[in-house]
Write a protein that binds this ligand. Structure first.
Ligand code: PEP
Ligand code: MN
Length: 336
């Protein structure tokens, strides 16, 4: 349930409500708004007396949270803005994350970082641990790759977004990364979600290719429930009967999720289409649909990329894409 405090309710009154919630064996999350504070009481509410809270000092009203995803629900708050260095996602400026599928070497990542930054990206992507369909494919440079990403950040100021594949890797990835990416294949790896929830690093959670919206939001809930509020949801395409694209990119996800959650929504047209020729158009469409962020695979020579080259665009094409997206963003009163 949500306990809405009266405007100007005292800290003493807020503390009292928190104590009452905890004495009911529920978890409390205090959300301080510009006008008033709301307190979420999360847990098994059966047999809990709502009236006790309603009559407490400073309380305006007590409302149930109807959605199963309590912390992710828009019933709790209007919006969340995720920030990492100059990267912002969830306000009027659209955050752009760009870079190679995999980190391949120090010079490669630095050249890409410089190129995408010049075109307007505010975050650099690059996998150091790679979840590959085949165990014989390149698996990533691991910790060496993380160091290269950190060096590219030092040189450009871009925020680093990189995937963490296992709970035991969270400390080392969090040491180098600004944003922890949870890959599509790991969307329901609950121990990984919880481990990322224990950090205070922003998380980019990718939708599983077969996950429903409710499963996606409940996966985010695992992170939020551990106290990490900086979560972005990423639509990266789902598995359908279609074969003309690698995955099917459902852009209705964006306005739908905006109705259901306060978390910002990022779109990945690279994995969503699996075809470089479609990436630019689908990026513009994602911006038009209201996406708060884009994540794009960019490489100076896609045909020589160590992974996902067929869906990767050149630095030049990325510059053109940014210019086009800028015009779409302007049309809906946003910037990029
Ligand atoms: C990636 O970003 O390179 C990646 C592996 O993405 P996904 O988890 O969406 O397949
Ligand atoms: Mn990839």
């Amino acid at each position: 349930m949500i306990i809405v405090m009266k405007p100007g309710a005292s800290q003493l009154a807020i503390n009292h409500v928190v104590e009452r919630i905890e004495s009911m064996n529920l978890k409390s999350h205090v959300i301080v708004g510009t006008e008033r504070t709301v307190i979420a009481a999360i847990g098994d509410e059966r047999g809990k007396v709502k009236e006790e809270l309603e009559t407490a000092d400073g309380v305006d009203r007590v409302l149930p949270i109807l959605a199963p995803y309590k912390m992710a629900s828009r019933e709790l708050r209007e919006r969340t803005i995720v920030r990492a260095r100059d990267f912002e996602c969830g306000n009027s400026k659209i955050g752009v994350i760009a870079g190679p599928c995999s980190v391949e070497g120090e010079e490669q990542i630095l050249a890409i970082a410089r190129g995408v930054k010049a075109a307007g990206a505010t975050a650099l992507r690059g996998g150091a641990w790679k979840p590959r369909t085949s165990p014989y494919s390149f698996q990533g440079l691991k910790q060496e790759g993380l160091k290269m990403l950190a060096a590219a950040r030092d040189a450009t100021g871009l925020a680093v977004v990189t995937e963490v594949m296992a709970p035991e890797h969270v400390p080392v990835v969090a040491e180098y990364a600004d944003v922890l990416q949870i890959g599509a294949r790991n969307m329901q790896n609950y121990l990984l979600l919880q481990a990322c929830g224990e950090t205070r690093k922003p998380v980019l959670l990718k939708r599983g290719p077969a996950a429903t919206m409710e499963e996606f939001l409940l996966a985010a809930e695992y992170i939020l429930d551990r106290g990490n509020q900086q979560v972005m949801l990423c639509e990266r395409g789902i598995r359908t009967f279609e074969e003309h694209t690698r995955f099917t990119l459902p852009l209705a996800t964006v306005p739908f999720l905006h109705e259901k959650t306060h978390l910002p929504i990022v779109v990945d047209p690279s994995h969503g289409t699996g075809k470089a020729a479609l990436v630019s158009t689908m990026s513009r469409a994602a911006v038009a649909a209201g996406a708060d962020g884009l994540i794009l695979e960019v490489h100076p020579s896609p045909e020589n990329a160590w992974s996902d080259g067929y869906q990767t665009i050149t630095i030049e094409a990325f510059g053109k894409l940014m210019a086009e997206c800028r015009r779409v963003a302007e049309a809906i009163d946003r910037t990029i």
